[in-house]
Design a protein around this ligand. Structure first.
Ligand code: ASP
Length: 421
C-alpha cells in the first residue's frame, strides 16, 4: 500500500467509501451509524485542510512576492494572471450557454416533475434566496470594498475572507521589496521557514487523505436523495457534465500547446488535487494540495504558484461558470421561457462576475446563481428544481475549478520563464 501513488490511494478510499455507504444504507441503523461514527472523520479531515489554507496563503504569498525582488515582475505576473483568468471564465460561460441552448435539457422535464420538485425543495431554495438577498442589498462596489480589510487579525479569523488576506500578503510583500534587502532579511527568513513548516503539515495531512475521502463519500451516499430524482434531472446533469468535460479537454489542449506538457503527465500530476476537490467540494480546502502538486509535479516555480493559485482559488471558477450558464437557462426552459440574445449576453457578464464572487466552498455557486437568475428575469424559486442534484454536480464543478487554476499557473509560469522542465 505504501508504494502505491497517492491518487490511487485516494481512489481506493473513494470507491470503498461509496461501497461502504451503499451497504450501510441497506441496514436500518446503517445511516445513523455512518452519520455519527464515520462522517466526523471526514469533517476532521476537511477541517485540517481548511486550517492550513489561511496560514499557507499568508506565508507563501509573502514569501513569493518578496522573492520577486522588484515590482515590475509582480505586475507582469499579476496582469497576465488576471487576464488569463478572465478569458477562461468567459469561455466557460459561453460553452455552458452553447450546450444548454443546443441540447435544451429543460424542455424534457414534465410539468408533474417540475411541480413535485418545486414543492419538495421550496424551503431549501428559499434559504439560499435569503443568503443571496443579503449580497444583493449591498451597493455595486461592495465586493471591491470587501477586498480591503480594516483589521488583518479579524480577516484571518474567517476562511471566507481569503481575498482580504491575499491583499494584505501582497501589500506586505511589496513593502518588503521596497525596504533595503538587509532590513527585510529577518522577516523574510521567518516567512521562509514558516512556509516550509506549513508544507510539511500538508504532507502529513495527505497521509490520511484516503481515509478522509472514504468517510466523506460514505456519508454522502447515505445522505443522498433517491435515484429517481437523478433520472428526472438526468438531461440537466448530463449537459453540465458534458460542459465540464469539455473544459478539462480545453485545459489539456492549452497545457500541451503552450507548455508542451504531455496530457498524461499533467493529469497524473494534478489528479490528487482533483480527487480532493471532488471529495470536499471546496477549492479553498483543496488549495494546499493544488499548490503542492503544481510545484512538485508540474514544475511551476513557487514564485508564480504562490501568487497565481491562491488568487485562482478565490476568483477563477470555470466549473462554476459553466454551471451558472447551464443552470440558469435550464430553469428558464423548464418554465417555458425563451431567452433573447441580449438576455443571454447579460448572462455571460453576470455569470462571469458571479463565479468570480463565489466563495471557494461547497454550494457557493448556487447562492451566486440567484443573482444571475434575478438579472436575467428568470424565477428565482426555480432553484428548487436543481437543488436535489446540486451536491454531486458541485463536486464535479470543483474539479474543473481546481484544474483551471493549475492550467493558468503553468501558462503564466511558462510565459515568464518559470516552468521547470
Ligand atoms: N464548490 C465550488 C468551489 O469551491 C464553488 C461552487 O459552489 O461552485 O470551487
Amino acid at each position: 500500500m505504501n508504494k502505491l501513488a497517492l491518487h490511487w490511494k485516494i481512489i481506493i478510499g473513494m470507491i470503498t467509501g461509496v461501497i461502504f455507504g451503499m451497504l450501510f444504507s441497506q441496514i436500518s441503523w446503517g445511516g445513523n451509524f455512518i452519520s455519527h461514527w464515520i462522517k466526523p472523520f471526514g469533517t476532521i479531515f476537511i477541517n485540517l485542510l481548511k486550517l492550513i489554507a489561511m496560514p499557507l496563503i499568508l506565508a507563501s504569498l509573502i514569501k513569493g512576492v518578496s522573492d520577486l525582488k522588484d515590482i515590475s515582475k509582480l505586475s507582469k505576473i499579476g496582469g497576465r494572471t488576471i487576464i488569463i483568468y478572465l478569458c477562461t471564465t468567459v469561455l466557460a460561460v459561453v460553452i455552458g450557454l452553447f450546450l444548454v441552448n443546443t441540447l435544451s435539457p429543460g424542455r424534457s422535464i414534465s410539468e408533474k416533475t417540475r411541480n413535485e420538485l418545486m414543492s419538495s425543495y421550496k424551503s431549501d431554495a428559499e434559504e439560499k434566496q435569503s443568503a443571496a438577498a443579503k449580497q444583493i442589498q449591498t451597493g455595486p462596489l461592495q465586493p471591491l470594498i470587501d477586498v480591503f480589510p480594516s483589521n488583518i487579525f479579524n480577516a484571518t479569523t474567517d476562511n471566507k475572507n481569503m481575498l482580504q488576506v491575499i491583499f494584505f500578503a501582497l501589500f506586505f510583500g511589496i513593502g518588503m521589496i521596497l525596504i533595503p534587502e538587509k532590513k527585510a532579511k529577518p522577516v523574510k527568513k521567518f516567512f521562509d521557514s514558516f512556509n516550509s513548516i506549513i508544507l510539511k503539515l500538508i504532507d502529513m495531512i495527505m497521509i490520511i487523505s484516503p481515509y478522509g475521502v472514504f468517510a466523506l463519500l460514505a456519508a454522502l451516499v447515505v445522505e443522498s436523495p433517491s435515484a429517481d430524482l437523478f433520472i428526472a434531472l438526468g438531461a440537466y446533469s448530463l449537459t453540465l457534465i458534458l460542459g465540464l468535460i469539455m473544459m478539462i479537454f480545453i485545459y489539456i489542449l492549452i497545457v500541451k500547446t503552450f507548455t508542451g506538457t504531455n496530457p498524461i503527465t499533467f493529469l497524473k500530476g494534478i489528479s490528487p488535487a482533483q480527487l480532493l476537490a471532488f471529495s470536499t467540494s471546496s477549492s479553498a480546502a483543496t488549495l494546499p494540495v493544488t499548490m503542492d502538486r503544481v510545484e512538485n509535479e508540474l514544475g511551476v516555480d513557487k514564485e508564480v504558484s504562490s501568487f497565481v493559485l491562491p488568487i485562482g482559488a478565490t476568483i477563477n471558477m470555470d466549473g462554476t461558470s459553466v454551471y451558472q450558464a447551464v443552470a440558469a437557462v435550464f430553469i428558464a426552459q423548464a418554465f417555458g421561457m425563451d431567452l433573447s440574445f441580449t438576455t443571454q449576453l447579460g448572462i455571460v457578464v453576470t455569470a462571469s462576475l458571479a463565479s468570480i464572487g463565489a466563495a471557494a466552498v461547497p454550494s457557493a455557486g448556487m447562492i451566486m446563481l440567484i443573482i444571475v437568475l434575478g438579472q436575467a428575469g428568470i424565477p428565482e424559486a426555480g432553484l428548487a428544481l436543481i437543488f436535489a442534484v446540486d451536491r454531486p454536480l458541485d463536486m464535479c464543478r470543483t474539479i474543473v475549478n481546481v484544474t483551471g487554476d493549475a492550467t493558468v499557473s503553468m501558462l503564466v509560469a511558462k510565459s515568464v520563464g518559470k516552468l521547470k522542465k
